[in-house]
Design a protein. Structure first.
Length: 377
């Protein structure tokens, strides 16, 4: 009788997850198409930023204008600046990043002031070479000339193909102007009995993310989906590959072979790590960690205040999570005693209500809390 009830519950959860996957299919397709289309119009430039301080009369190669929005002027013409590139320029010039971003997104006078600040700092900044990455006529990254260029389309394709080889399916994908994520899961649920939070039904998987514009390293993590409420969570990174290598030549055509070899190396690593994330041992370890988190009692108020004061979550997010904990709704995955596991589920339940980008950040914050679980060998 109990086995029949469990089977029925699993079928309900599987149907719920399948509906979620079907609902995400259009977004997944759009993400893949966007990655391909933007890759076709992406351009790289090597250019000097700043001046040779020994020759004060020279004019910088890169200058800035602010009449029609903050623009970067290069020999190939004028390019608009994405906020990610603005922040990177601020860091290079020693200008407070938040301040410069505010000016760049402000009124016309503020944009002109942003351009003036960058031009003035450029006149007194030691010349260095930078890699300027643009999509069409928009600069999205101003990076070190040692930035390793990688083909994200090939790397993401390798991740999805290897996951499929482990019988996994792609459950979601999302792309911003500067970063892309993809999540894959095994379609068969795992039922995990816990001491204080009931039966937890999990779909195990893997998440991949990368940025071509300095907005994060190539990253892979275990991805866990709570089947009862569709809360997502990721665990610690198994691959943090920073895009740094040898200095790029003035002619990027000369680095084409390096570009291909670096991509091939990363593709191989991604395939190996994907297999590892789907291994039986890894999935078993994550199940044990969930059981361990259910045995750790916590003070919700103190924990959330600590997260908020440390800058991990906003005040409004703290209040939203507190409300979820008070409601104690099984549909949110929030049931049972005051444990570490329940806290993680309240955070990921709130993640369903925010932007896709912020949701993935909350998945990481939630997963980091699980690092407190110490398993004995």
């Amino acid at each position: 009788m109990e086995a029949t009830m469990q089977q029925g519950l699993n079928e309900v959860v599987m149907n719920k997850v399948q509906r979620m996957i079907d609902g995400k299919a259009v977004g997944v397709q759009a993400t893949m198409e966007r990655l391909l289309s933007e890759g076709k119009i992406a351009q790289d430039y090597i250019a000097p930023l700043g001046v040779n301080l020994k020759n004060r009369g020279e004019r910088p190669v890169i200058t800035f204008a602010g009449e029609d929005g903050l623009m970067m002027s290069m020999p190939d013409g004028q390019f608009s600046l994405h906020t990610n590139a603005v922040g990177q320029l601020a860091d290079r010039m020693g200008v407070p990043s938040r301040y410069l971003k505010t000016l760049a997104a402000g009124e016309p006078w503020q944009m002109m002031l942003a351009a003036e600040i960058l031009n003035q700092h450029s006149d007194y900044t030691q010349r260095s070479r930078v890699l300027v990455r643009a999509v069409g006529r928009q600069v999205r990254g101003v990076l070190s000339d040692s930035y390793r260029r990688l083909n994200s389309v090939q790397i993401l394709t390798a991740f999805v193909e290897e996951a499929a080889g482990q019988s996994a399916v792609i459950s979601d994908a999302y792309m911003t102007d500067t970063k892309v994520w993809a999540e894959t899961i095994l379609p068969t649920p795992i039922s995990i009995p816990t001491k204080n939070n009931g039966e937890v039904i999990i779909f195990a998987g893997a998440r991949f993310s990368t940025s071509d514009y300095g907005d994060g390293a190539v990253d892979m993590r275990t991805f866990l989906l709570n089947g009862a409420c569709l809360n997502g969570m990721v665990r610690e990174s198994v691959m943090k590959q920073v895009h740094l290598g040898s200095k790029l030549p003035d002619s990027l055509a000369l680095s084409e072979r390096t570009y291909k070899l670096d991509t091939e190396t990363t593709v191989s690593a991604v395939r190996d790590l994907t297999r590892g994330l789907y291994s039986r041992d890894n999935i078993m370890q994550k199940a044990l960690e969930i059981q361990g988190a259910s045995e750790i009692e916590v003070d919700f108020d103190r924990e959330l205040k600590k997260l908020q004061q440390g800058g991990a979550i906003l005040k409004a997010e703290q209040q939203a999570v507190e409300k979820l904990l008070m409601n104690n709704n099984p549909d949110d995955g929030v049931v049972g005693g005051a444990t570490l596991w329940k806290l993680t589920q309240a955070i990921t339940a709130h993640a369903r209500e925010v932007s896709p980008e912020r949701a993935r950040e909350l998945h990481e914050i939630s997963g980091n809390l699980m690092n407190r679980v110490k398993l004995t060998a």
